[in-house]
Ligand binder design. Structure first.
Ligand SMILES: [Zn+2]
Length: 143
């Protein structure tokens, strides 16, 4: 598995968590992009299983990333719901890469997270790209 494959799998999983609603203020985040633009990322991502050296967890604790909603509520995105075999293959990749790069699981995950954020934010926002007609195009309705 290459880093770009890992990023693609993680991004797809994260995008699948949307739409998401803040349980406190009920703000709705339609897409991962919306979420990244509106919320404020909080601290490091937490690869709990990898941090514990648990590379093939039968009951994974999960990997989480935190952000603050505008209302101040802490929201999380997690690996929950990812098929276990896929999770294991990501963890196994992380196990090899952390050794090779001499990084902690947290450092590696933060690196992946920032790459995903960059990709998502660089993508054109299709939803607000609606066609708008300028006034000059509208013929004057004279009598
Ligand atoms: Zn909120």
């Amino acid at each position: 598995m290459t880093e770009s494959e890992v990023i693609r799998i993680m991004r797809k999983h994260l995008e699948g968590l949307f739409p998401k609603v803040c349980p406190n203020c009920h703000r709705r985040f339609a897409t991962l992009r919306d979420y990244l633009l509106i919320t404020e990322q909080l601290g490091s991502a937490m690869p709990y299983d990898a941090d514990m050296g648990n590379w093939n967890p039968v009951e994974p604790v999960g990997t989480l990333t935190f952000a603050n909603c505008l209302c101040g509520t802490t929201l999380t995105l997690s690996s929950e719901g990812m098929p276990i075999l896929r999770l294991w293959s990501l963890l196994n990749w992380a196990r090899t890469e952390t050794k090779k790069r001499r990084m902690t699981p947290q450092e590696l995950l933060n690196h992946l997270r920032s790459e995903i954020n960059k990709q998502v934010l660089a993508a054109p926002n299709l939803e607000t790209k609606g066609r708008r007609r300028g006034n000059e195009d509208i013929p004057k309705s004279g009598k």
